[in-house]
Design a protein around this ligand. Structure first.
Ligand code: HH2
Length: 261
C-alpha cells in the first residue's frame, strides 16, 4: 500500500503536491513500482495535528481519487475517520476505507461501509490525535490491541460488513511509545488469532527515528528493516512511502516462504 498524503502537515511528505495532477502522477509512479493499493489521505493523524473540517478534507481528497480512478484501475483506499468523506471518496472511485479509529470516531462509518459494500481497515488507536499523548499506558499491549480490534470487528460485522471485507491494523505510533511499538512488532503474529488480514504502517515513524536517527537515508533503511520484520511476522499488507523498498520486503519474505514450503 503506497501512501499518498494530500495534506500540508503530514509526518514526512506533507505539502509535496502543488496540484491534483502532481498527486496522481506520484500515485501512478507508485503503481508502476509495485504498489497494489494507493492510500489517499487528506487529514494528518500526527499527534497534536489540527482537525481538518469536513469540506476541506473533501476538497483535498475527492479530486485526487476521481482523477486516479479515471487514469488507473488500481485499488484505491481513502484514509479518513469521517463517514461523509468516505462516502464522497467512494462515489469518486475509492474501493477501501482506511479508518485509523476502527470506525469509533464516527458512528455512521461502519453502516456506511456495509451499505457501500467496500473493504474496511480497522485500526487500533487509544484516542483522538489531540489526546494521544496522555493515553496509551498498557499492561499487555498485544492483549489490549487485540481486544479493541475484536470489538471493532464485531461492530463492523453487526453493522453488516462481511468478514471478507475487513482487515485489521495494530496502529503503530498511535498512543504507543517506542518500546510498546517494538513489543507489538515482535509479537505481531499473535494478531493472527483475529482471523483477518493484518495491515502494518511503520514507514518513517518515530519508532524508526528513535533507532536510526533523523538522517533521511537511515530512516529509509530503518523503515525497510522494520517492514521486513512486519511481513516476516505476519503482516499481509504494509503501508509505505517508498514502494520499491516495501515491494522488496514483501517479495523477499515470499521467496523465503517458498524456499521452505
Ligand atoms: N498511519 C498513519 C496514517 N494512516 N493508516 C493505517 N491503516 N495504519 C497506519 O499505521 C497509519 C494510517 C500516519 O502516517 P503518515 O501518513 O505518514 O502521516 P500522517 O498521519 O501525518 O498523514
Amino acid at each position: 500500500m503506497g501512501i499518498l498524503n494530500v495534506t500540508p502537515d503530514s509526518f514526512s511528505d506533507g505539502g509535496r503536491f502543488g496540484s491534483v495532477g502532481d498527486a496522481v502522477e506520484e500515485a501512478r509512479r507508485m503503481v508502476d513500482r509495485g504498489a497494489d493499493i494507493i492510500d489517499v489521505g487528506g487529514e494528518s493523524t500526527r499527534p497534536g495535528a489540527a482537525i481538518v473540517p469536513l469540506d476541506e478534507e473533501v476538497r483535498r481528497v475527492v479530486p485526487v481519487v476521481e482523477e486516479l480512478r479515471r487514469r488507473t484501475d488500481t485499488v484505491i483506499s481513502i484514509d479518513t475517520t469521517k463517514a461523509e468523506v468516505a462516502r464522497r471518496a467512494v462515489d469518486a472511485g475509492a474501493d477501501i476505507v482506511n479508518d485509523v479509529s476502527g470506525g469509533s470516531f464516527d458512528d455512521a462509518m461502519l453502516p456506511l461501509c456495509a451499505e457501500l459494500g467496500v473493504g474496511v481497515v480497522l485500526m487500533h488507536t487509544p484516542g483522538r490525535p489531540d489526546e494521544m499523548d496522555r493515553l496509551g499506558r498498557y499492561d499487555d499491549v498485544v492483549h489490549e490491541v487485540t481486544s479493541f480490534l475484536l470489538r471493532r470487528c464485531a461492530a463492523a460485522r453487526a453493522a453488516g460488513v462481511p468478514a471478507t471485507h475487513i482487515a485489521v491494523d495494530p496502529g503503530f505510533g498511535f498512543g504507543k511509545d517506542v518500546a510498546t511499538n517494538f513489543a507489538l512488532l515482535a509479537r505481531l503474529g499473535e494478531l493472527d488469532t483475529l482471523g483477518y488480514p493484518v495491515l502494518v504502517g511503520v514507514s518513517r515513524k518515530r519508532m524508526i527515528r528513535h533507532i536510526v536517527g533523523d538522517d533521511d537515508d537511515a530512516v529509509e533503511h530503518g523503515t525497510t528493516a522494520a517492514g521486513f520484520a512486519a511481513v516476516a511476522n505476519g503482516a499481509d499488507i504494509i503501508r509505505v512511502h517508498d514502494v520499491v523498498a516495501g515491494r522488496a520486503c514483501a517479495d523477499t519474505v515470499a521467496a523465503l516462504r517458498r524456499a521452505v514450503s
